[in-house]
Design a protein around this ligand. Structure first.
Ligand SMILES: Nc1ncnc2c1ncn2[C@@H]1O[C@H](COP(=O)(O)OP(=O)(O)OP(=O)(O)O)[C@@H](O)[C@H]1O
Length: 455
């Protein structure tokens, strides 16, 4: 008995439909097995990609009375593999070589199709993965909303230099006037570095009392000096694995400079009163607004340390040299201050912006923050009324909030103007209207050294 033409057509139609629905090899075999079972006493179906098949379909009796039909999976493009069907009793009579060949063609097409679909799915998965990685990378390097870098100089710093240097452990020297955003840059480098999960610590070297500089940075052992009641870990050890910002690095006394050089070169510190070296892994970012070259020339700053720090300098331009940043900075700061006041951000009129543009900003972004904060306190409506004058005092950085800071700044400026000289008619004491000894005592209390060296 031969399968009727109708029966064969129905079988092939069912098989074609079932295979078209399968998208993976794993779902193809059960789907086509189910379709075949509706027309034949199918016990097992085995599809083997790449396996050699007989030239013409073979039908033979297998062990246990089964009928085994072995035929090639071949389509217009060539051979794909081999199929074996185990059929129940008497089926042999129902499967003609022509029907087996037709089944073999349909299955070959189906196998090629799931193979292509598999490849497409893999490509899509990879593309998805790449898109995610790319997006993660973009998110990672994208600036947080509150950091403004619109002008070309700041864009180059935040989009090119910072991501580049963040990947390595290089020492970075950030130079720029006070309040330009040196610490913002240092934090960004840390955030994009492999140390991001470890601490970021910042210290203003100029604010450390001279006698305590080394202990603050490198720590001390118990009993290292009077008052050292217990072992104290310095900033280098506390920043372990992370980043340490040494702000106003030019203010470090020479002895501390030598120790800093050792950390940078050998990755080792020695606690004050300690006997051995302690290994530390800390990325150092130094910052300064001082002309380090002049300090090297005068001997106040070690030249070897200077060259070690200069490996990757980042120069931050003052706010007056990046007018493109002023308006977005104003907007961001107005929003930030409004949020802390729990208010809706007021509007900044064109006239106010013009006034802000005309200002010189000696205290840079910090001064702008201060001006906006002060103006916000005074303007209660929905428009920002700028304080007049803009800054509390010409040249003020806008950050001076305590007597200590004001006094420090005042003395530092007088010392700078007098070239570090305290005594004499052209000395800082005379300029401040103080007795030299009074000035010296104030300097000691405030931790100020003359001209950044030992005072
Ligand atoms: N690009 C910027 N976008 C937004 N805010 C900024 C930006 N630059 C600086 N600021 C803000 O200005 C203030 C001063 O910045 P920062 O402390 O980084 O300056 P600095 O150069 O380190 O100052 P100093 O020389 O006094 O140490 C901070 O409150 C900071 O958030």
């Amino acid at each position: 008995m031969t399968a009727s033409a109708d029966h064969a057509l129905l079988l092939l139609a069912d098989l074609g439909e079932a295979s078209a629905r399968a998208h993976t090899e794993a779902t193809l075999v059960p789907a086509v097995s189910a379709a075949l079972s509706r027309h034949l006493p199918l016990r097992r179906l085995d599809l083997r990609r790449g396996a050699a098949a007989p030239g013409a379909p073979e039908v033979r009796r297998g062990a246990g009375g089964e009928t085994m039909a072995v035929f090639a999976l071949r389509d217009a493009e060539g051979a794909v593999g081999c199929a074996t069907m185990a059929l129940g009793d008497g089926a042999a009579l129902d499967v003609s070589p022509a029907l087996l060949e037709a089944i073999g063609r349909l299955l070959a097409v189906a196998l090629r199709q799931v193979q292509v679909l598999g490849r497409v799915a893999a490509i899509a998965r990879r593309a998805q993965g790449e898109k995610r990685t790319l997006k993660e990378e973009l998110d990672r390097v994208a600036l947080p909303r509150e950091v403004v870098a619109v002008g070309p100089a700041m864009r180059a710093i935040f989009q090119q230099m910072v991501p580049l240097v963040a990947r390595q452990d290089t020492t970075v020297l950030v130079r720029g006037e006070t309040g330009t955003g040196k610490e913002v840059i240092a934090r960004r480098i840390h955030a994009l570095s492999r140390r991001a999960e470890r601490p970021f610590l910042a210290v203003n070297c100029g604010a450390l009392p001279e006698g305590l500089v080394e202990s603050a940075l490198f720590g001390h052992e118990r009993g290292a000096f009077t008052g050292a009641a217990a072992r104290h870990l310095g900033l280098f050890e506390r920043a372990s694995g992370g980043t340490l910002l040494l702000d106003e690095v030019g203010e470090l006394p020479r002895a501390a400079q030598a120790k800093l050089l050792r950390v940078l070169q050998e990755g080792e510190i020695e606690r004050v009163g300690g006997e051995g070296a302690v290994r530390v892994s800390v990325r150092v970012i130094a910052a300064t607004h001082r002309p380090l070259e002049a300090m090297v020339a005068s001997g106040a700053f070690r030249d070897d340390l200077y060259y070690r720090l200069q490996v990757f300098p980042i120069i931050v331009p003052p706010l007056r040299e990046r007018p493109e940043d002023l308006e977005p900075l104003t907007r961001v700061i107005v929003e930030k201050v409004a949020a802390t006041f729990g208010r809706t951000p007021p509007r900044v009129s064109a006239e106010s912006m013009a006034r802000l543009r005309a200002h010189g900003w000696p205290g840079n972004v910090r001064e702008l923050e201060n001006v906006i904060e002060r103006s916000m306190v005074m303007s209660t409506g929905d428009e920002l009324i700028l304080s007049a004058p803009l800054s509390a005092a010409p040249g003020a950085t806008g950050r001076v909030t305590t007597y200590r800071e004001a006094a420090q700044r005042c003395i530092e400026e007088a010392l700078r103007a007098a070239g570090g000289k305290i005594y004499g008619e052209d000395g800082a004491a005379a300029a401040l209207g103080l007795k030299p000894t009074t000035l010296q005592s104030k300097m000691r209390k405030l931790g100020i050294r003359k001209g950044g060296e030992k005072g």
